[in-house]
Design a protein around this ligand. Structure first.
Ligand code: HEC
Length: 172
């Protein structure tokens, strides 16, 4: 919490460094620190909630351990996707965006690919391809993304584990 004694301390610190060769730098640092702490106080509970969400997201994403056998199963299922999606060193966007690194990436973030409005709306909301989101999307793309360009009816439950594991493996 900022109070007058802290402000006084900041002024004192600025004064102490004013004649220093690096005074400009220190002033900037002091002001930056002041702004950062003030913002944290003003943002209050919102900051706390955001931090919590961020921690949860990180916990969900890491560490990425690959179950090779499961990924191999997913590689077979990926045959259903290959008409539109490429992975690997030479992968480029096609009918769909290339999928290297898609696990954990922001939705709709492959450069030079023209996504549907629905996908861009999810992206604007901060959507990330977590395991859960991939599973829901791949079960029924149409339900997940409003008027998606991906014309694919969806995967069966039994194929989801392998598919997600394979996407993880091409996201290392
Ligand atoms: C008929 C073509 C087609 C097939 C088959 C297809 N997709 Fe897609 N996919 C697309 C298109 C087009 C998009 C872009 C969707 C949009 O913008 O709404 C997309 C988007 C995606 C995205 C989001 C990528 C990003 O950058 O946000 C993922 C993940 C994905 N597809 C995975 C798969 C997987 C896994 C399969 C196979 C099980 C598959 N797709 C099958 C065409 C296809």
């Amino acid at each position: 919490m900022q109070d007058s004694s802290q402000l006084a301390a900041i002024h004192y610190a600025v004064k102490q460094t004013r004649n220093h060769r690096m005074s400009k730098f220190f002033n900037t640092m002091v002001i930056a620190g002041f702004l950062a702490s003030s913002t944290a106080v003003w943002a209050g509970t919102e900051t706390a909630a955001t931090t919590e969400e961020a921690t949860e997201a990180v916990a969900e994403m890491a560490p990425v351990m690959i179950d090779e056998a499961l990924a191999k199963k997913g590689k077979k299922t990926f045959k259903k996707c290959k008409a539109c999606h490429k992975v690997g060193d030479k992968a480029k966007n096609g009918v769909g965006p290339m999928l290297n690194g898609v696990y954990g990436a922001e939705m709709g973030s492959k450069p030079d690919y023209k996504y549907s409005k629905g996908m861009l709306a999810l992206a604007a909301d901060g959507g990330v391809w977590t395991e859960e989101n991939l599973r829901t999307f791949l079960t029924s793309p149409k339900k997940f993304v409003n008027k998606t360009k991906m014309s694919f009816k969806g995967l069966k439950e039994k194929d989801l584990d392998g598919m997600v594991e394979y996407l993880k493996s091409v996201s290392q």
